[in-house]
Design a binder for this molecule. Structure first.
Ligand code: SAM
Ligand code: SF4
Ligand code: F3S
Length: 480
């Protein structure tokens, strides 16, 4: 598709922001002076509750929804019973994620009964699945607004329609997707920030719903990404994560002689004391140039999340992953050659339809061979509309459960051993959370969690920490 058709015209975004002003005026009678003057919410402001399921991409989208809500004069609450507007940003990646959402949305009937004017909105990936939107239409009649990821940028218009007209609003157009720049963002926290560098996915792994609900790959303009990172660095953000379903194919659609490694190089050149992470890398496009760039650039975190999904070539082919076991292992070897201490994490699916016990053993042996620092293990979940959901799946749920447990046990042992190797070393960590009881949580450059003691004034600072203990999940340390 033509780039001009993908980019939402600035005038259309301006119109949405104009609607925000209109909604703020409309709510004006209830707003306190601060909010009426556009100075932010105060005690008289209407309240919004935004709940997010799924991946970081959804977290980043929710920050835009909150940005719009703030512009409309809403304050925020963590309690859905107090909220005038509830927004639930859903995920469709596995059945479990969808079921959790439906359970929680069902429970909102009680909240709405107590607060009859409450507006309930559902958005995100699951709403882009036709059968889910239909289910909400028919069986969840207390839901007022349903919209898909492609029209998130039109949220003010959709909410205004609800405020001014009777009836429910469903807006889930089937399309390839757009890029909407210049939306307001209300970020959670002041230390870590998400920066989307691209949207959508072209890979169509046979089990995965994401390309069906998020549309085709489209890369943001590099200048806008660099500007956003520059602003974040100047604002004091220390941990910046570049987001995309497959960041390694960044730029392929731009025709600008710019790839992901080139983008990283330019992000690295931005002044400031910050670290850059990125998610997710597809192994088929993880290039030697990327590895060399990571090794050379001091601001790029020594961490890669490189999902392998299966250790067996037949299964990888059936998954449409477009790499094989040997190719994956070769990339791991090359990464470690360049960066011996790199933290490597991964995703794996157990119980893909037709996976035999021998094929499962290949997955187990791959994780033992690589020794990942951490692993996210999932049991295959059939997704309506994906090819894998149609395949014969003879292995019983119980057998899949046993295989799942074997992977988890093997990985726990490896994670514990890897963490043990940190004990006695001194690490530079970023303090990213402070408890009221004098405890701090921090991350190493490679992303390992460290618990330590210290005052809340250290939140957001880099510290040197001596690692004194370790468990499967975390490290324990003391300030040097
Ligand atoms: N784009 C990323 C990639 O290709 O590595 C992954 C994104 S997906 C949101 C995160 C993980 O969910 C995948 O790596 C995969 O392990 C898992 N996943 C996706 N679809 C699944 C399904 N149908 N059943 C079980 N796990 C699934
Ligand atoms: Fe899903 Fe594959 Fe795309 Fe990742 S690369 S989002 S697993 S289709
Ligand atoms: Fe879920 Fe959508 Fe992310 S399906 S994992 S929220 S891209």
């Amino acid at each position: 598709m033509d780039r001009q058709q993908i980019l939402v015209p600035q005038a259309d975004i301006d119109r949405q922001r104009e609607i925000c002003r209109r909604v703020r005026e409309r709510l004006g009678a209830r707003l306190g002076l601060g909010a009426r003057l556009g100075l932010g919410a105060d005690s008289a402001s209407p309240l919004a509750f935004v709940d997010t399921y799924g991946c970081q991409q959804n977290e980043a989208d929710s920050e835009r929804i909150r940005g719009y809500l703030e512009e409309m004069g809403y304050g925020f609450t963590q309690d859905e019973e107090q909220a005038d507007v509830v927004v639930i940003n859903t995920c469709a990646v596995r059945e479990h994620a969808e079921m959790r959402v439906l359970g929680n949305v069902g429970a909102l009937t009680h909240t709405k009964r107590k607060k009859p004017g409450q507006i309930i909105c559902l958005c995100g990936c699951a709403m882009q699945e036709p059968h889910m939107a239909e289910k909400i239409r028919k069986s969840f009649r207390h839901v007022d607004l349903v919209f898909g990821p492609h029209v998130l940028w039109r949220f003010p218009e959709l909410l205004e329609r609800l405020l001014t007209e009777k009836g429910r609003v469903f807006e889930t157009p089937d399309m390839d997707g757009v890029i909407a720049e210049g939306l307001p963002v209300r970020r959670e926290g002041t230390v870590k920030a998400w920066v989307s560098i691209m949207y959508g996915c072209n890979n169509f792994c046979s089990y995965c719903i994401v390309p069906h609900v998020r549309g085709r790959e489209r890369s943001r303009d590099p200048e806008l990404i660099l500007e956003e990172v520059r602003e974040l660095a100047q604002a004091g953000y220390k941990d910046i994560t570049l987001l995309g379903q497959n960041v390694n194919s960044y730029g392929k659609d731009l025709g600008l002689n710019m790839d992901f490694a080139g983008l990283l190089e330019q992000v690295n050149a931005i002044p400031g004391d910050f670290l850059v992470r990125f998610m997710t890398s597809h192994p088929k496009d993880a290039s030697q140039k990327l590895f060399e760039t990571m090794a050379r650039c001091e601001k790029i975190a020594p961490h890669i999340h490189l999902p392998f999904q299966s250790g067996n070539d037949r299964v990888l082919k059936a998954m449409n992953r477009k790499y094989d076991r040997a190719g994956y292992l070769d990339k791991i070897r090359r990464l470690r050659e360049l960066m011996p201490d790199i933290v490597i994490t991964s995703d794996v699916i157990v119980g893909f339809p037709g996976e035999t016990m021998e094929e499962f053993e290949d997955t187990l042996s791959l994780l033992q061979e690589v020794e990942f620092d951490a692993l996210f293990t999932f049991i295959f979940s059939p997704r309506k509309g994906t090819p894998a959901a149609e395949l014969p799946d003879p292995m019983s749920r119980a057998e899949k459960g046993r295989n799942f447990q074997r992977l988890v046990d093997a990985q726990n042992e490896i994670s514990a051993k890897k963490h043990q190797a940190y004990v006695g070393t001194v690490c530079r960590v970023l303090v990213d959370g402070a408890g009221s009881d004098g405890t701090l949580s921090a991350r190493t450059a490679g992303g390992r969690l460290v618990h330590l003691e210290g005052g809340p004034e250290l939140a957001g600072s880099w510290q040197n920490v001596k690692i004194t203990g370790a468990s499967t999940w975390a490290l324990f340390g003391e300030l040097v």
